[in-house]
Design a protein around this ligand. Sequence first.
Ligand code: ARG
Length: 456
Amino acid sequence: MWGGRFASGPDAIMEEINASIGFDQRLYKHDIAGSIAHANMLAAAGILTVEDKDAIIKGLETVRDEIAQGGFTFSRALEDIHMNVESRLKELIGEPAGRLHTARSRNDQVATDFRLYVRECIDMLVAQVETLQGVLVDRAETEAATVMPGFTHLQSAQPVTFGHHLLAYVEMFSRDRGRLLDARARLNESPLGSAALAGTSFPIDREMTAKELGFDRPTANSLDAVSDRDFILETLAAASICAMHLSRFSEELVIWSSAQFAFISLSDKFSTGSSIMPQKRNPDAAELIRAKVGRIFGAFTSLLMVMKGLPLAYSKDMQEDKEVAFDALDTLSLSLAAMTGMVSDLAVNREKMAAAAGAGFSTATDLADWLVRAANVPFRDAHHITGRAVAAAEAKGCGLEGLTIEDLKAIDERITSAVHKVLGVDNSVKSRTSYGGTAPDNVRKQVALWRERLGA
Ligand code: ARG
């Protein structure tokens, strides 16, 4: 492509380090869409004849079909997707192919292609996040009144409802969806026509190409446009946070599905066995999601590292944006799909959860709150009295609800038998009706709100 200036071809090692066709071929549709928009615009601006434009577009469509059908031979000597497409176009239509590259460069071309690609990924990921939210909302509804232990420090703290726990993830994934859409909004400007770095002397119409490619507007500064990779960094940052949420949830699924907890069991479809221990059922999908987030965080830091020292405008360093981004976005998509599958299939062991919910004096706060409410005891004193009740129950080898009214009165005169109502886990969760609290009625209200928001 630049034979005029060069006497010899590249060394084999040079070709190997330089070529991106091995991975950027997945941009072929976006590259061809960008070229078609560019050709249409060049013709409208009188820079290209209508006959040449028609030949170019027909040729590009043929190239697209050839690649789609797997009949295309990519050449490493042609470096990247842009030159592979253009070279094949030349074979197909001859001279007019050479006119397509007027008023553009591979620098604005690749920036355009990659924005189109990432935009498509965002749309797909947002849809996947919504599907996962839908599954979580459905399960939250059936488990609205299922009591489980709520933890802090992974120590039993207070009883909560499983539905409330699941809706916590719906909130997290909703923020993830918002972050992806925020990234999309800033991404959606067209670099095409920024050319190599300085713009062009041809009378191009950047509004026209922006519109044809579904961008909101053209980018305003050509130097920025060809050297900006914020759009992928932002997407990877949003992807990283989403992956972090998936990983935390995975960790919980691993814990809950252990024999010691046995709160849930994952379906056969999402478990694996052991080649030596016949009794085993392993939560491999959850473990792999937990592990794969490393690749996504890695992609984000890797691209930050690539970008941080680059002067304006384009440098070849920026070709390193693609492999990590492709891998990270593929990985997030697969992880979301696996999580959705696991959640829709898992079986809940309500008895186990309820039994665990009552363990560890989890309703102690309810007793203290009762003392405040029914006997007008200051909370600090109520905390102390309840501590003594916990000690008494521990000595007796029972839970708080196992203490008789005589046991309790011996600790504090003001306690009456009405207290027994608040010592059970079901009453405990039912009483947590403050906005955002765990009560089954709150969960049902939130489920209804989410159904509306998700349109499901
Ligand atoms: N394959 C290149 C990339 O991905 C395309 C842009 C090449 N531009 C250049 N000036 N060599 O970044």
